[in-house]
Ligand binder design. Sequence first.
Ligand SMILES: Nc1nc2c(ncn2[C@@H]2O[C@H](COP(=O)(O)OP(=O)(O)OP(=O)(O)O)[C@@H](O)[C@H]2O)c(=O)[nH]1
Ligand SMILES: [Mg+2]
Ligand SMILES: [Zn+2]
Length: 322
Amino acid sequence: MLGRQGLSASALEGFVIHKSSRNVRVRSGSEVLLCTLRGRFRDEKTGRSPVVVGDRVKVEPCGEGEAVLEEILPRKTEIRRARALRRGGRLRPGKAPAEELVVASNVDQVLIVMASCTPPPRWALIDRVLISTAWEKVEGGICLNKWDQVEDEDEVREDLEECLGVYEDLGYGCFRLSALGRTGIEALATWLKDKVTVFSGHSGVGKSTLINALCPDLDIQTSHVNRVTGKGRHTTTAATLYELPGGGCLIDTPGYREYGLANIESAQISRYYSEFSEHLSLCRFGNCLHLDEPGCKVIEAVEKGEISDLRYQNYLQILSAQ
Ligand SMILES: Nc1nc2c(ncn2[C@@H]2O[C@H](COP(=O)(O)OP(=O)(O)OP(=O)(O)O)[C@@H](O)[C@H]2O)c(=O)[nH]1
Ligand SMILES: [Mg+2]
Ligand SMILES: [Zn+2]
């Protein structure tokens, strides 16, 4: 628990719905309070605050619609990712040291949003996010948005269906839809109902467009992807929590360039591939990383088609980047 003890009787409890560099907005009952962040809620060196969207907090009201943040209550869950430290906007050469970011707290599930094309889905990235959600013991789901763009592309669509089918068979919530065309939204709305869900994905995949489609009263700013690079323009710059009309909360987040695994060692990664589990203890070597070791039962299962090649290739890619 962060903050001071012995708050006055006028202190209110609420949860953080938006965070900017200088303040946070806190919902307390039917009120939304703008709260300044005092010194102890700022890191002296970076100026960053430890408070994140989703945090349950105590605040002291100090004027019409305003309050001061006094305490951050213990978190039920934390969604974290690592990113390389940059100097002058550039990645440092060699293995860049990573810093960890808490994206949101107290969430029940993470929806990984990918575009069906522009930009195309990155399945290894999906696995990274699924590993970190499993580590944190929160649900993970996958949404292929912009399905309208592949409707007439039989080969691309079949390929995407096949990949998504692998995850469906593993029990993940999988959704194909068009946020812009507002088609295929219902199944996702059912998955989101009464849960707190954070939307995670690259810039330009349509996270904000999808939240606009799910909450018709909202008009969150969205922006075109760059036609040449196919990349988004980092339109959403801060995490914000929105309430779903039928119950539940959605957290929109800024698109990321990279998604590093925080706190997870190479040797642990295979444990997050549930389909590997029955083979792991049968490998000849106890410390087998399932790369090319003799007597590896995971590789044998891939060769027999019992483990999907897509998942195994993702596993190798993640391991090589650790
Ligand atoms: N064709 C098509 N375009 C879509 C769809 N959903 C979103 N888009 C477009 O994709 C672009 C990016 O959408 P945004 O909602 O801003 O993407 P975002 O993921 O929130 O991006 P950041 O805020 O930068 O992280 C916009 O031009 C949207 O209109 C869809 O279902 N189909
Ligand atoms: Mg956005
Ligand atoms: Zn092995």
